[in-house]
Ligand binder design. Structure first.
Ligand SMILES: NC(=O)C1=CN([C@@H]2O[C@H](COP(=O)(O)OP(=O)(O)OC[C@H]3O[C@@H](n4cnc5c(N)ncnc54)[C@H](OP(=O)(O)O)[C@@H]3O)[C@@H](O)[C@H]2O)C=CC1
Ligand SMILES: O=C(O)C1=N[C@H](C(=O)O)C[C@H](O)C1
Length: 244
């Protein structure tokens, strides 16, 4: 499998390192300003994109026109999910996305769902999400925190609205699910689900120690995707693996 890497930043460089350890070829690297077309992507079997929301959305049609599967690690674009899904389907293309390619986070997502299900009947507990990342991160809340919030909203019936920004002079409602973002130093990624009552608190935290798990997950997903066609999330891959 020959990888076409889109974006050579922190994650792009990690993909190059992990791919080399797995004896996989990164056949082409497309950084900002590089041309993506049929000619320049001849050597590529699958694209892996770690850029930015704007870069990903701007490159999407160009990438689909190359008729290669596309693994998307880039976050920040989930409000355009339907646009992206339609673009992939109209092009009869193949795309898999994840907010977080760490297998530990995929396990954590399931723990978040289960904790939310358990706390649902106990209305004396509030539920809050927080995330911390490095100061260079462009999007907030993190894609991972958005997916945690989706899981909480699915299970905790008293939460009606996700609140990612506070308003001066306005208190937080009991039915608001607060998602708070902190940007500090070179923090790789930390997510917490906090269950808080008058008497005690339960904190469930996932802390990434480095970026290797993100890169490994994206490469494993790329290997799975080259056999497929359609629009997928990393959950589809995990569920498929759990079956076999
Ligand atoms: N799903 C997951 O597991 C993970 C997702 N992420 C997400 O991945 C994305 C990238 O993260 P990270 O690597 O830390 O960010 P970086 O800023 O370190 O890297 C992004 C790279 O993309 C380049 N770029 C910008 N525009 C384009 C373009 N049009 N075409 C090609 N390359 C372009 C940037 O170039 P320049 O610097 O010159 O602008 C930069 O080199 C973010 O959205 C982040 O949230 C991050 C970690 C894990
Ligand atoms: O920008 C990052 O660095 C990360 N982004 C992802 C996200 O937005 O959830 C995943 C990881 O936490 C690192």
């Amino acid at each position: 499998m020959r990888i076409g890497l889109v974006g050579k930043g922190k994650m792009g460089n990690e993909i190059i390192k992990v791919a080399s350890g797995l004896h996989l070829e990164v056949a082409s690297v497309f950084d900002i300003g590089d041309i993506i077309n049929e000619e320049t992507t001849k050597q590529v079997d699958v694209f892996i994109d770690f850029t930015s929301k704007d870069a990903f959305l701007n490159n999407l049609q160009l990438l689909l026109a190359c008729e290669k599967p596309l693994v998307v690690g880039t976050t920040g674009w989930y409000e355009q999910m339907e646009y992206v899904r339609n673009a992939v389907e109209n092009a009869s293309g193949t795309l898999l996305y994840a907010s977080n390619f760490s297998l530990g986070v995929q396990l954590y997502f399931r723990i978040v769902s289960e904790a939310s299900r358990l706390i649902d009947p106990f209305s004396n507990f509030d539920v809050v999400i927080s995330e911390a990342h490095h100061t260079a991160k462009l999007d907030y809340p993190s894609g991972t925190a958005i997916q945690m919030a989706n899981r909480v909203m699915e299970m905790v019936k008293r939460k009606k609205k996700v609140l990612t920004d506070l308003t001066q002079g306005k208190a937080v409602g009991k039915d608001d699910l607060v998602v708070s973002s902190l940007r500090v130093g070179s923090t790789i990624g930390e997510h917490t689900l906090l269950l808080d009552s008058e008497y005690d608190e339960i904190k469930l935290t996932h802390r990434a120690k480095n970026r290797t798990a993100f890169a490994e997950g994206a490469i494993v997903a790329a290997k799975w995707l080259v056999q497929k066609r359609g629009f997928f999330s990393f959950d589809d891959f995990i569920n498929d693996r759990l079956k076999s």
